[in-house]
Design a protein around this ligand. Sequence first.
Ligand SMILES: [Zn+2]
Length: 278
Amino acid sequence: MPELPELQAHAERLTEHFAGAELSGFRALTFTALKTVLPAPDDAIGHPLRGIDRLGKYLLVRFEPATFVVHLMQGGRLTPDEKQAAKPRGGLARWTFADGRALLLSEMAKEKRAGVWVVAGEITAQPPLEGLGPDAAELTLDELRTSLTEGPMRVHGFLRDQRRIAGIGRRLASEVCHRARLSPFATTTKLGDEDVERLHAAIGDCIADALAVERDRDAMSKSAERPGHVYHRDGEDCPVCGDVIRAIEYTSYTINYCPTCQTGGKVLADNTTSKFLK
Ligand SMILES: [Zn+2]
């Protein structure tokens, strides 16, 4: 799933190409792609695209009277639509512009989960952006400290909880824990001041590294192309200390970590949810 750095760089690329283009039409290509009824998407017709922004893991396709909020989920893509086929493969929604160009939201997965919400006014006070935590790209140390103490959670789960911090997913969560030298299972309310400072720095550094790679590209990376020290590197050597990178496998995701860097050498097992023990 694309996370903050991939989406941020993609929003910047799309803005560069499409900002200022006047919307001539919007069409949902499936019954479920458009999640809202009002305001009508047509309200934005005739208005220039102000830009494409990102908030958390959402893309915001912004026109003056209304914003299209797009969530790509696992495999959705928002891309220039060169062909403008009547029935594009995996097509969910299309924005057409007066200059003849178009943007296509598509998703190749069988189960279509990506979607579009049309919102106007205070867009962060309504679904789907309502309740999002502070954006990870602009998170202050104080905001992180406050969020960590709201209740005990495992750090890895905390980092992925969009209501606590917005923009981080499975890959970055493992990378941030490794960079901060914290166990993915460390309890948020038990972290010391130095732990919190390292965690805050690690969030910023991991995002900056991934963003630099992503901004160098012409299109959004595939997950195997994204940089990292631990994620999906089980069995490889830790680039920091040389220990073997370990994995904790869940049905829908994997946590990767280095025992020497993060857990005092201890190999973790999750007795409650690990798929091997179910
Ligand atoms: Zn290590």
